[in-house]
Ligand binder design. Structure first.
Ligand code: F6P
Ligand code: MN
Length: 319
Protein backbone atom coordinates (compact mmCIF):
# COMPACT_ATOMS: atom_id res chain seq x y z
CA UNK A 1 0.00 0.00 0.00
CA UNK A 2 1.41 3.32 -1.06
CA UNK A 3 1.11 6.42 1.07
CA UNK A 4 0.58 9.85 -0.43
CA UNK A 5 4.01 10.96 0.78
CA UNK A 6 5.59 7.96 -0.98
CA UNK A 7 3.71 8.63 -4.21
CA UNK A 8 4.69 12.32 -4.16
CA UNK A 9 8.34 11.58 -3.35
CA UNK A 10 8.65 9.18 -6.28
CA UNK A 11 6.81 11.51 -8.70
CA UNK A 12 8.31 14.00 -11.12
CA UNK A 13 6.46 16.90 -9.45
CA UNK A 14 8.65 19.76 -8.26
CA UNK A 15 9.57 19.71 -4.58
CA UNK A 16 7.73 22.97 -4.13
CA UNK A 17 4.45 21.61 -5.53
CA UNK A 18 4.90 18.49 -3.41
CA UNK A 19 5.22 20.73 -0.37
CA UNK A 20 2.05 22.69 -1.19
CA UNK A 21 0.12 19.44 -1.72
CA UNK A 22 1.50 17.95 1.49
CA UNK A 23 0.62 20.97 3.59
CA UNK A 24 -2.86 21.25 2.03
CA UNK A 25 -3.69 17.58 2.52
CA UNK A 26 -2.18 17.39 6.03
CA UNK A 27 -4.32 20.34 7.03
CA UNK A 28 -7.35 18.50 5.64
CA UNK A 29 -6.46 15.59 7.95
CA UNK A 30 -6.57 18.09 10.83
CA UNK A 31 -9.89 19.46 9.55
CA UNK A 32 -11.20 15.89 9.41
CA UNK A 33 -10.32 15.33 13.09
CA UNK A 34 -11.90 18.66 14.01
CA UNK A 35 -15.10 17.73 12.17
CA UNK A 36 -15.30 14.48 14.12
CA UNK A 37 -15.80 16.58 17.24
CA UNK A 38 -18.95 18.02 15.67
CA UNK A 39 -20.42 20.99 17.48
CA UNK A 40 -17.87 20.50 20.25
CA UNK A 41 -15.18 21.74 17.85
CA UNK A 42 -16.25 25.36 18.19
CA UNK A 43 -15.57 25.07 21.90
CA UNK A 44 -12.67 22.61 21.97
CA UNK A 45 -11.01 24.05 18.91
CA UNK A 46 -10.40 27.42 20.47
CA UNK A 47 -7.13 28.52 21.99
CA UNK A 48 -6.36 26.80 25.27
CA UNK A 49 -9.66 24.92 25.33
CA UNK A 50 -10.55 27.04 28.33
CA UNK A 51 -12.76 29.71 26.97
CA UNK A 52 -16.07 27.86 27.05
CA UNK A 53 -18.02 30.80 28.33
CA UNK A 54 -18.28 34.26 26.97
CA UNK A 55 -16.41 33.64 23.74
CA UNK A 56 -18.19 33.32 20.49
CA UNK A 57 -18.03 29.77 19.13
CA UNK A 58 -16.46 29.62 15.72
CA UNK A 59 -18.35 27.81 13.02
CA UNK A 60 -16.65 24.84 11.41
CA UNK A 61 -16.35 26.51 8.03
CA UNK A 62 -14.55 29.45 9.64
CA UNK A 63 -12.34 27.10 11.66
CA UNK A 64 -11.48 25.12 8.50
CA UNK A 65 -10.66 28.33 6.66
CA UNK A 66 -8.41 29.54 9.46
CA UNK A 67 -6.58 26.20 9.54
CA UNK A 68 -5.88 26.16 5.79
CA UNK A 69 -5.05 29.83 5.72
CA UNK A 70 -2.47 29.72 8.50
CA UNK A 71 -0.89 26.47 7.28
CA UNK A 72 -0.52 27.71 3.69
CA UNK A 73 0.58 31.25 4.50
CA UNK A 74 3.34 29.78 6.68
CA UNK A 75 5.20 28.08 3.83
CA UNK A 76 7.45 30.03 1.45
CA UNK A 77 6.09 28.20 -1.62
CA UNK A 78 2.78 30.07 -1.33
CA UNK A 79 2.41 33.40 -3.14
CA UNK A 80 -1.21 33.98 -2.09
CA UNK A 81 -4.48 32.30 -1.27
CA UNK A 82 -8.10 32.95 -2.21
CA UNK A 83 -10.89 31.39 -0.20
CA UNK A 84 -14.66 31.30 -0.19
CA UNK A 85 -14.41 32.64 3.36
CA UNK A 86 -12.14 35.59 2.48
CA UNK A 87 -13.52 38.55 0.59
CA UNK A 88 -10.11 39.44 -0.86
CA UNK A 89 -7.07 37.40 -1.74
CA UNK A 90 -4.54 37.02 1.05
CA UNK A 91 -0.97 37.67 -0.17
CA UNK A 92 1.83 35.63 1.41
CA UNK A 93 5.41 35.45 0.07
CA UNK A 94 6.42 37.54 -2.93
CA UNK A 95 8.76 34.76 -4.11
CA UNK A 96 6.18 32.04 -3.59
CA UNK A 97 5.55 29.93 -6.66
CA UNK A 98 1.92 28.97 -6.11
CA UNK A 99 -1.51 30.52 -5.87
CA UNK A 100 -4.09 28.40 -4.07
CA UNK A 101 -7.85 28.89 -4.22
CA UNK A 102 -10.04 26.83 -1.92
CA UNK A 103 -13.48 26.22 -0.55
CA UNK A 104 -12.52 25.26 3.01
CA UNK A 105 -15.79 23.50 3.81
CA UNK A 106 -18.05 22.83 0.86
CA UNK A 107 -21.66 21.96 1.64
CA UNK A 108 -21.38 23.51 5.06
CA UNK A 109 -25.18 23.49 5.57
CA UNK A 110 -24.72 19.71 5.83
CA UNK A 111 -22.78 20.19 9.07
CA UNK A 112 -25.99 20.83 10.99
CA UNK A 113 -27.27 17.40 9.95
CA UNK A 114 -23.94 15.54 10.35
CA UNK A 115 -23.79 14.80 6.64
CA UNK A 116 -21.08 14.92 3.98
CA UNK A 117 -18.87 17.97 3.52
CA UNK A 118 -15.45 18.50 1.97
CA UNK A 119 -12.56 20.81 1.12
CA UNK A 120 -11.98 21.71 -2.54
CA UNK A 121 -8.67 23.18 -3.77
CA UNK A 122 -7.17 24.53 -6.96
CA UNK A 123 -3.47 25.32 -7.48
CA UNK A 124 -1.81 27.60 -10.05
CA UNK A 125 1.85 28.34 -10.51
CA UNK A 126 2.99 31.93 -10.70
CA UNK A 127 6.40 33.26 -11.68
CA UNK A 128 7.94 36.62 -10.78
CA UNK A 129 8.40 38.26 -7.40
CA UNK A 130 5.77 40.95 -7.16
CA UNK A 131 3.25 41.00 -4.31
CA UNK A 132 0.18 39.04 -5.42
CA UNK A 133 -2.97 40.78 -6.61
CA UNK A 134 -6.47 39.51 -7.35
CA UNK A 135 -5.61 39.84 -11.04
CA UNK A 136 -3.00 37.08 -10.62
CA UNK A 137 -5.78 34.64 -9.77
CA UNK A 138 -7.87 35.47 -12.81
CA UNK A 139 -6.46 32.66 -14.95
CA UNK A 140 -8.50 30.10 -16.87
CA UNK A 141 -8.92 26.72 -15.16
CA UNK A 142 -6.99 25.02 -17.96
CA UNK A 143 -3.87 26.51 -16.33
CA UNK A 144 -4.36 24.71 -12.99
CA UNK A 145 -1.29 22.65 -12.05
CA UNK A 146 -3.23 20.60 -9.52
CA UNK A 147 -6.78 20.32 -8.24
CA UNK A 148 -8.60 18.11 -5.80
CA UNK A 149 -10.90 17.66 -2.88
CA UNK A 150 -11.01 15.94 0.46
CA UNK A 151 -14.37 14.39 1.29
CA UNK A 152 -15.24 14.09 4.96
CA UNK A 153 -17.67 11.17 4.88
CA UNK A 154 -17.80 7.86 6.74
CA UNK A 155 -14.16 7.67 5.66
CA UNK A 156 -12.05 10.67 4.70
CA UNK A 157 -10.94 10.54 1.08
CA UNK A 158 -8.57 12.61 -1.02
CA UNK A 159 -9.13 12.77 -4.76
CA UNK A 160 -6.68 14.81 -6.80
CA UNK A 161 -4.98 15.36 -10.11
CA UNK A 162 -1.81 17.04 -11.27
CA UNK A 163 -2.86 16.80 -14.91
CA UNK A 164 -2.23 13.15 -15.71
CA UNK A 165 -5.21 11.22 -14.44
CA UNK A 166 -6.99 11.14 -11.10
CA UNK A 167 -6.12 9.05 -8.04
CA UNK A 168 -8.11 8.38 -4.87
CA UNK A 169 -6.65 8.04 -1.41
CA UNK A 170 -8.31 6.97 1.83
CA UNK A 171 -7.25 8.34 5.19
CA UNK A 172 -5.69 5.80 7.52
CA UNK A 173 -6.81 7.46 10.75
CA UNK A 174 -4.42 5.45 12.91
CA UNK A 175 -1.39 6.62 10.97
CA UNK A 176 -2.82 10.00 9.99
CA UNK A 177 -1.86 9.51 6.37
CA UNK A 178 -3.56 9.09 3.04
CA UNK A 179 -3.16 5.68 1.39
CA UNK A 180 -3.59 5.22 -2.36
CA UNK A 181 -6.76 3.16 -2.86
CA UNK A 182 -7.58 3.76 -6.53
CA UNK A 183 -5.45 4.77 -9.46
CA UNK A 184 -6.81 6.02 -12.78
CA UNK A 185 -10.35 7.02 -11.87
CA UNK A 186 -12.61 6.80 -14.90
CA UNK A 187 -16.07 8.33 -15.35
CA UNK A 188 -18.15 6.18 -17.76
CA UNK A 189 -19.36 8.06 -20.85
CA UNK A 190 -23.00 7.08 -20.35
CA UNK A 191 -25.15 7.15 -17.26
CA UNK A 192 -28.63 6.62 -15.86
CA UNK A 193 -28.18 8.82 -12.80
CA UNK A 194 -28.54 12.58 -12.48
CA UNK A 195 -28.18 15.18 -9.73
CA UNK A 196 -29.99 18.52 -9.78
CA UNK A 197 -31.99 20.48 -7.20
CA UNK A 198 -35.44 19.99 -8.73
CA UNK A 199 -37.04 22.49 -6.35
CA UNK A 200 -35.60 25.22 -8.60
CA UNK A 201 -37.27 23.81 -11.71
CA UNK A 202 -39.55 26.79 -12.33
CA UNK A 203 -36.52 29.12 -12.41
CA UNK A 204 -34.53 27.16 -15.00
CA UNK A 205 -34.14 27.92 -18.69
CA UNK A 206 -36.51 26.08 -21.03
CA UNK A 207 -33.68 23.80 -22.24
CA UNK A 208 -32.92 22.44 -18.77
CA UNK A 209 -36.65 22.07 -18.06
CA UNK A 210 -37.08 20.04 -21.25
CA UNK A 211 -33.95 17.99 -20.62
CA UNK A 212 -34.96 16.98 -17.07
CA UNK A 213 -38.53 16.36 -18.21
CA UNK A 214 -37.17 13.75 -20.63
CA UNK A 215 -34.96 12.19 -17.96
CA UNK A 216 -37.92 11.81 -15.64
CA UNK A 217 -40.11 10.42 -18.45
CA UNK A 218 -37.83 7.35 -18.32
CA UNK A 219 -38.38 4.31 -20.50
CA UNK A 220 -41.66 5.64 -21.89
CA UNK A 221 -40.09 9.00 -22.86
CA UNK A 222 -37.73 9.97 -25.71
CA UNK A 223 -34.64 8.77 -23.80
CA UNK A 224 -36.12 5.25 -23.61
CA UNK A 225 -34.40 4.44 -20.32
CA UNK A 226 -35.10 5.01 -16.64
CA UNK A 227 -32.96 7.45 -14.67
CA UNK A 228 -32.25 7.53 -10.95
CA UNK A 229 -31.73 10.81 -9.05
CA UNK A 230 -29.45 11.73 -6.11
CA UNK A 231 -28.75 15.06 -4.39
CA UNK A 232 -26.25 15.30 -1.52
CA UNK A 233 -26.50 19.13 -1.44
CA UNK A 234 -22.72 19.32 -1.14
CA UNK A 235 -21.03 19.52 -4.53
CA UNK A 236 -18.10 17.56 -3.16
CA UNK A 237 -20.39 14.63 -2.26
CA UNK A 238 -22.24 14.68 -5.57
CA UNK A 239 -19.02 14.89 -7.60
CA UNK A 240 -17.48 12.12 -5.53
CA UNK A 241 -20.38 9.85 -6.39
CA UNK A 242 -19.78 10.63 -10.06
CA UNK A 243 -16.06 9.82 -9.67
CA UNK A 244 -17.04 6.49 -8.09
CA UNK A 245 -19.92 5.29 -10.24
CA UNK A 246 -20.64 7.90 -12.89
CA UNK A 247 -23.56 10.27 -13.41
CA UNK A 248 -24.28 13.87 -14.33
CA UNK A 249 -24.35 16.81 -11.90
CA UNK A 250 -26.09 20.04 -12.85
CA UNK A 251 -26.35 23.37 -11.07
CA UNK A 252 -27.78 25.39 -13.94
CA UNK A 253 -28.30 29.07 -14.48
CA UNK A 254 -31.64 30.06 -12.99
CA UNK A 255 -33.72 33.21 -12.95
CA UNK A 256 -34.17 33.20 -9.18
CA UNK A 257 -31.46 35.83 -9.11
CA UNK A 258 -30.70 37.03 -12.65
CA UNK A 259 -27.50 38.73 -11.47
CA UNK A 260 -25.98 35.28 -10.83
CA UNK A 261 -24.80 33.01 -13.62
CA UNK A 262 -25.43 30.02 -11.37
CA UNK A 263 -24.87 29.23 -7.72
CA UNK A 264 -21.46 27.62 -7.75
CA UNK A 265 -18.16 29.46 -7.66
CA UNK A 266 -15.78 29.22 -10.59
CA UNK A 267 -12.42 29.49 -8.88
CA UNK A 268 -12.76 27.02 -6.02
CA UNK A 269 -15.72 24.81 -6.99
CA UNK A 270 -16.29 24.58 -10.75
CA UNK A 271 -12.66 24.77 -11.97
CA UNK A 272 -11.10 22.16 -9.69
CA UNK A 273 -14.06 19.78 -10.16
CA UNK A 274 -13.96 20.35 -13.93
CA UNK A 275 -10.27 19.44 -14.04
CA UNK A 276 -10.93 16.25 -12.02
CA UNK A 277 -13.88 15.26 -14.18
CA UNK A 278 -12.02 15.90 -17.45
CA UNK A 279 -8.97 14.03 -16.17
CA UNK A 280 -11.32 11.07 -15.56
CA UNK A 281 -12.72 11.15 -19.09
CA UNK A 282 -15.83 13.22 -18.35
CA UNK A 283 -16.89 16.71 -19.47
CA UNK A 284 -17.58 19.95 -17.61
CA UNK A 285 -19.49 22.81 -19.26
CA UNK A 286 -21.61 25.82 -18.51
CA UNK A 287 -24.62 26.13 -20.82
CA UNK A 288 -22.36 27.55 -23.50
CA UNK A 289 -18.69 26.78 -22.92
CA UNK A 290 -16.09 24.48 -21.43
CA UNK A 291 -15.65 25.52 -17.80
CA UNK A 292 -11.85 25.27 -17.93
CA UNK A 293 -11.74 27.83 -20.78
CA UNK A 294 -13.58 30.59 -18.90
CA UNK A 295 -11.45 33.69 -18.37
CA UNK A 296 -12.38 34.64 -14.79
CA UNK A 297 -13.46 38.19 -13.95
CA UNK A 298 -13.46 37.90 -10.15
CA UNK A 299 -12.36 35.41 -7.50
CA UNK A 300 -15.91 34.84 -6.26
CA UNK A 301 -17.52 34.66 -9.70
CA UNK A 302 -20.40 32.19 -10.11
CA UNK A 303 -21.02 29.89 -13.06
CA UNK A 304 -23.56 27.37 -14.25
CA UNK A 305 -22.20 23.82 -14.01
CA UNK A 306 -23.06 20.74 -16.07
CA UNK A 307 -20.50 17.98 -15.47
CA UNK A 308 -19.96 14.26 -15.51
CA UNK A 309 -20.56 11.50 -18.08
CA UNK A 310 -19.32 12.82 -21.44
CA UNK A 311 -22.25 11.65 -23.59
CA UNK A 312 -24.83 12.81 -21.05
CA UNK A 313 -23.25 16.30 -20.83
CA UNK A 314 -23.39 16.47 -24.66
CA UNK A 315 -27.02 15.34 -24.57
CA UNK A 316 -27.92 18.00 -21.98
CA UNK A 317 -26.24 20.74 -24.03
CA UNK A 318 -28.07 19.63 -27.19
CA UNK A 319 -31.47 20.75 -25.79
O1 F6P B 1 -21.23 25.51 -2.11
C1 F6P B 1 -22.49 25.62 -2.59
C2 F6P B 1 -23.30 24.36 -2.37
O2 F6P B 1 -23.41 24.06 -0.99
C3 F6P B 1 -22.76 23.12 -3.11
O3 F6P B 1 -21.84 22.40 -2.38
C4 F6P B 1 -24.03 22.33 -3.38
O4 F6P B 1 -23.92 21.56 -4.55
C5 F6P B 1 -25.07 23.39 -3.52
O5 F6P B 1 -24.58 24.57 -2.90
C6 F6P B 1 -26.37 22.99 -2.87
O6 F6P B 1 -27.34 23.85 -3.28
P1 F6P B 1 -28.88 23.78 -2.82
O7 F6P B 1 -28.94 24.57 -1.58
O8 F6P B 1 -29.63 24.37 -3.95
O9 F6P B 1 -29.22 22.34 -2.59
MN1 MN C 1 -19.02 25.25 -1.54
Amino acid sequence: MQSLSGVLASSTLSKSLQEVLTVTTNTCIDISSTLKKGSLAGILGMAGNENVQGEEQKKLDVISNDMLKSALLAIPEVRAIASEEEEDIVPAHTNGEYLIAFDPLDGSSNIDINSMVGTIFSIYSKTGNQPATEQDFLIAGNQQVAAGYVLYGPSTMLVFTTGSGVAMYTLDVDKSEFILTQESVSVPKDTQEFAINVSNQRFWSENIQNYTHDLIAGKEGPREKNFNMRWVAAMVGDVHRIMCRGGIFIYPWDKKDPSKAGKLRLMYEANPMAMLVEQSGGKAYTHTQRILDIEPTGIHQRVAVILGAANEVDKCLSY
